[in-house]
Write a protein that binds this ligand. Structure first.
Ligand SMILES: O=C(O)CCC(=O)C(=O)O
Ligand SMILES: [Fe+2]
Length: 364
């Protein structure tokens, strides 16, 4: 006789306390995107965002219309997935890195780090888009996704809606038709966009010391745009042009956003692509569960070439180049980064596809 287990309901999310340590924080722009639909609002926001995309490639968004309840529920769902499902249930759909396919679950500890015996400490669940043709339902084998499908679909679309507004602002900045990037990344188009839940498991200080306290090595994101729901456990750092690393500061109810590889390409290098990493949190947060929730925007079966932007032309950044397919780039990049037994340093490594090349070797 099989005994059905009764699954607990998602527990309320209690955000960890912010650190009391005096860390070296980055000064990031915060934009209030609630102005988007007001007269003149888009232009005003584009002006504000212009500084951030030129200089830091990272900024925070508030006024995004995701309520406090939804924001906390996003974290509560992540906590529920990590704590209340068995490993077997989590593994119902595993990522297929050999195909550059990042939908599903990645167990923690399956990669060695930096030529040591220390293993990675991250488990991840990536949930594809809920498109009207149900193209991605094949990846929804996790009982978690099946049991929370409705909420996940709403949360996925809400996050995308913020991303869509940012894509409109990028087009305005480049003096392109407003929907230039939004149309290329539309929610219903096939692409490897995903909602992500991630949990880092603290390692002993001895193990962390062997890997220079790195929890996620320096990298850039593979798609167009990343949205991270406010992360209160310090550890995410961005690399400034002088080579120093600064911590990303929590922003209450904020979404921390950054440019990825493919928008760098589309903008002829105008949008700043910033290398970032995650290091061991400060002592007063080391035992807090570092759960992260994200939405990653990645181009699909669309051509990437430098956008015919009047601004880029004026700046001499426009060039007529042979396009590269978004899917080929994203899948090739995922495969190159993850389809390995180790996360090595790979200093000075590059990833190239057609005319586009990315430096992928800066770790520490
Ligand atoms: O966990 C974080 O704070 C950042 C993770 C990250 O950069 C990524 O998954 O691309
Ligand atoms: Fe990242």
């Amino acid at each position: 006789m099989t005994v059905a287990t009764i699954r607990p309901q998602p527990k309320e999310w209690v955000a960890p306390q912010e650190t009391q340590e005096d860390l070296d924080w980055a000064e990031l722009t915060t934009v209030d995107i609630s102005k988007f639909d007001q007269p003149g609002g888009k232009q005003e926001l584009a002006n504000e965002l212009k500084q951030a995309v030129e200089k830091d490639g990272f900024w925070a968004v508030v006024g995004h219309g995701i309520s406090k309840e939804e924001f906390n529920h996003q974290y509560a769902l992540g906590q529920h997935f990590f704590e209340d499902y068995t490993l077997e249930e989590k593994k119902a759909q595993e990522v297929q890195f050999e195909q550059g396919n990042y939908f599903g679950y990645k167990i923690k500890g399956n990669k060695k780090v930096f030529d040591t015996d220390v293993r990675d400490n991250v488990e991840t669940l990536n949930i594809a888009k809920f498109t009207s043709d149900h193209k991605y339902d094949q990846y929804f084998k996790q009982p978690f996704i099946q049991e929370h499908r409705e909420e996940l679909e709403i949360l996925s679309k809400k996050a995308f809606e913020v991303a869509r507004k940012l894509l409109v602002l990028f087009a305005i900045i480049l003096e392109l038709p407003e929907n230039y990037f939004a149309d290329l990344h539309a929610y219903d188009l096939p692409s490897d966009d995903h909602l992500r839940y991630m949990r880092y498991h603290p390692r002993s200080i001895e193990d962390d010391e062997q890997v220079e306290r790195i929890w996620a090595r320096g990298h850039t994101d593979f798609g167009s745009l990343t949205l991270l729901y406010n992360q209160v456990v310090a550890g995410l750092q961005i690399r400034l042009s002088d080579g120093s690393w600064k911590y990303v500061k929590p922003v209450d109810q904020g979404l921390i956003c950054n440019i990825g590889d493919t928008l760098l390409f589309w903008s002829g290098g105008y949008f700043k692509l910033t290398i970032h990493r995650v290091i061991r949190p400060p002592n007063d947060q080391i035992n807090a569960p570092r759960i992260g929730t994200f939405y990653f925007v990645r181009p699909g079966d669309v051509d990437i070439s430098i956008a015919p932007s009047p601004l880029l032309k004026k700046l001499g950044l426009y060039e007529d180049i042979d396009p590269v397919s978004g899917t080929d780039y994203v899948r090739g990049r995922v495969k190159d980064y993850h389809d390995r037994k180790d996360y090595l340093k790979r200093e000075n490594a590059t990833f190239r596809l057609g005319a586009f090349e990315i430096k992928d070797g800066i770790c520490a």
